[in-house]
Design a protein around this ligand. Sequence first.
Ligand code: ZN
Length: 241
Amino acid sequence: MGNELSMLWKYQLADMEADRFEREMRGNPSRLKLLKDRDFLLEQQNAVRKIESDLAAMAERVAALTADAAKAEESLRDLQETLEETEPESLDIARKSLDYCQKLMHAIGRMEQELQKIRKDSDIRAKQQHEVRVRAARVKVEFDKLKVVYDNEFKEHSAYLESLRRQVAQTAKDVPAELIDKYKLIKMHRIPPIAILTEDRCGGCNMNLPAVVMRSIRMGAESVECENCGRIVLVKNPNEA
Ligand SMILES: [Zn+2]
């Protein structure tokens, strides 16, 4: 087989190995776990923020209700004092005053009920907040520990990947630039871009090569282009050469 083609094959081997290793790095279990933990920690942060804003809204409502209830109680006290100290002018006025007293008492009761409910809710939210914080702190400890391990791994792996990429660049030197360009063009759609002839089929897409292409092979062509997938098809298996 022509030297160019066997060099191109070597180039593909190096290139595929570098790509494979890069994929493996992305799929690194520590990395995936860190990404998962990071998402979890962000979620917890958002949950804490939501609880904080809920608690703030509740505190605001408690302040407003407390002020309203105090005002209503004051009115009620005033009214009761007036009723005790002065004789009502008429039965009708007395009845109206009593009605008003009752209304105030109802209103105060309702406000107290709401206050109680808010206090209960805010206790629950505060407890949730605490639980979220504890859970997040635990994951953060794990995350930090794993991060140290992963960062070291990553440094090592990156150095190795770099050496693989250097090998790719080194093998590329033995291949004509236009062949490399063609390889890269095919690689955008087909991986790997170079296939080996298998009987009279393209080893990449498994389609039979047309008779005219097979004829050129019998005439001595060392590589052909697969019309179906666009790969460069090597006639001889370079691994067996
Ligand atoms: Zn093909």
